[in-house]
Design a protein. Sequence first.
Length: 239
Amino acid sequence: MLENIRIVLVNTSHTGNIGSTARAMKTMGLSNLYLVDPVKAPDGHASALAAGAGDVLGNAKTVATLQDAVSDCGLVVGTSARSRTHSWPMLEPRTCGRKLIAEVPNYPVALVFGRENNGLTNEELQQCHFHVCIPANPEYSSLNLAAAVQTLCYEVRMAWLERDARESIEQAYPLNEDLERFYTHLARTLTSTQFIVKNHPGMVMTKLRRLFNRARPESQELNILRGMLSSIDKAVKKD
């Protein structure tokens, strides 16, 4: 999923910023770097600042225009300051990360960063579906390019981890029908061992249901419980 998230640098002036961007990306698990018309190709200075992210830097794709970098993307978000004259759809960094992660299973998505001195042009910003602004200190809001990349890549990673955690939770718990089969099995086993008297079952199963519902066993735990019941069933039959 993270491989389909592009970090696009437009007309970068300093090769060191390209190397630092590669490093910022790799620390957050991103690897797809596009360079749009860089003033100078990555050099030794870029490699030095990339540190252990030489693979990200080495695999960076250089293209002539922003359109070349994002033509096959379904979602493009450009970084910009808030504008009082153009009311373009704005995203907060956290929302931006979540939106990129939500849409990346469907197509490549891109996060676009402009020039160190004056950002993206109006024409380039118009090629973006949304703009994102980092709410830095208004008294000193100047962010280094690599620092801006690091900040937004962090939000992307946090959104990805949140999604991964949600999917893990969704997969960890059994369906209701699985629980019902467990309760049926439990009642049958406890009856066979005479823990539950068939003609006078009382409230045993009701209380056991309440106990297991409160504990909410995971799928693997439920499988262990079913296995325990099966071993008891076998032992009862032998007797």
